[in-house]
Design a binder for this molecule. Structure first.
Ligand SMILES: NC(=O)c1ccc[n+]([C@@H]2O[C@H](COP(=O)([O-])OP(=O)(O)OC[C@H]3O[C@@H](n4cnc5c(N)ncnc54)[C@H](O)[C@@H]3O)[C@@H](O)[C@H]2O)c1
Length: 335
């Protein structure tokens, strides 16, 4: 089997992580790069290759294209993914897979009907720290989960919104800190801690700014599937740091998972491991795009299930949607 022919749709900020991953993969080559703005498509092409185009319809109609990477604004994910799968393409879609659960369900149905792979980019599931935490929790070595605290503290304002006008608007981003930034931590909470079955939350725009209309802060109280409680604080208003952390209190140990560090504290003994350490402007995106994309290609090539398929990724959408609807009232998550 030759290399997969890839079309990348959306050549903005995150497309670089996809371009680099595809270039580094022995299994893929970029056939097209598409952006509504031709300059962006050309810029991507000069760096990573591919024929620059502005019309994704033309590209997904080309029978040579095997896999489409979707790196466009949130409100386009469902429609683009479904169209691509209906034309026989496998889809690797950036998070969130959709804004609404109904859209995500249609994507899952399209993947099933057309027998295509639908992968969603929750790359943090491939962080070494996440893999270590998953193994530790699933082994049962530390006992049941008793409680969890989730924290996301980032800074998003000014240029972040002005350079991409779809951001910061309910119609195009679908929300703010919850659906865009905290969704990674919400996904990890669900994935590592056995699932979320209820949430009560309050979200609001707390920063005094005209930069955006969406929520930038949220407090949430989750009921996990085993009956224990998780509490969360998510904010885009923290100007001096980048923190995504899950503190998972088990019967026999406290496990603190961050993107680049995991601590397992057992009987006052601290096992502290740092991995994947990176710094810089977008360090919060981590190093795992390449790992996840290669794993997606491996699964397609070997015809094995991909673990972040639509059915797995929709959980985060259901939780985000429940948080948005909660306004202080408990909302059940119906999976
Ligand atoms: N996994 C991560 O850690 C991570 C990090 C950043 C962004 N993202 C996600 O990636 C997606 C894109 O975010 P971004 O920051 O790169 O945005 P961006 O604004 O920088 O880029 C989006 C690009 O899509 C293009 N576009 C819009 N509609 C199009 C269409 N119909 N056809 C072709 N091109 C179109 C725009 O012109 C723009 O260049 C979002 O879903 C975002 O949440 C994920």
């Amino acid at each position: 089997m030759g290399r997969f022919n890839i079309a990348v749709i959306g050549c903005g900020a995150i497309s670089k992580n996809h371009g680099k991953a595809i270039l580094e993969s022995p299994d893929a080559q970029i056939l097209y790069c598409v952006d509504a703005d031709m300059e962006k498509a050309v810029g991507f092409s000069e760096k990573f290759g591919g024929i620059p185009k502005t019309d994704y319809n033309e590209v997904i109609s080309d029978p040579r294209v095997d896999i489409v990477h979707i790196c466009t604004p949130h409100n386009t994910h469902a429609q683009l993914s479904i169209k691509a799968m209906e034309r026989g393409k496998h889809v690797f879609c950036e998070k969130p897979m959709a804004i609404l659960p109904e859209e995500a369900e249609k994507m899952i149905a399209a993947a099933k009907k057309n027998q295509r792979y639908l992968g969603v980019c929750f790359q943090n599931r491939m962080n070494q720290t996440t893999i270590m935490a998953k193994k530790a929790i699933d082994s049962g070595k530390y006992g049941q989960i008793l409680s969890v605290m989730a924290r996301v503290a980032w800074d998003r304002h000014g240029k972040y919104y002005s350079e991409s006008p779809w951001r910061g608007r309910y119609a195009t981003e679908g929300g703010g800190v919850i659906i865009n930034q905290a969704i990674h931590t919400i996904d990890l909470l669900d994935y590592l801690c056995g699932g979320v079955r209820k949430v009560t939350a309050i979200a609001a725009k707390l920063r005094d700014t005209e930069d955006y209309e969406v929520d930038d802060s949220c407090m949430a109280n989750f009921e996990l599937s085993n009956g224990s409680t998780a509490v969360a604080h998510f904010t885009n208003c923290y100007t001096t740091g980048k923190l995504c952390q899950l503190e998972i209190n088990c019967e026999k140990a406290r496990i603190i998972v961050e993107q680049q560090r995991i601590q397992i504290i057992e009987n006052e003994k601290i096992n502290d491991v740092q991995c994947d350490v990176i710094e810089g402007e977008k360090s919060e995106w981590g190093v795992s795009h390449g790992r996840l994309i290669q794993h997606f290609y491996d699964c397609i090539r070997d015809q094995k299930p991909f673990f972040i398929d639509g059915q797995s990724a929709i959980n985060a959408i259901l939780i985000v949607d429940a948080i948005k609807r909660s306004n202080g009232k408990p909302i059940e998550i119906k999976k």
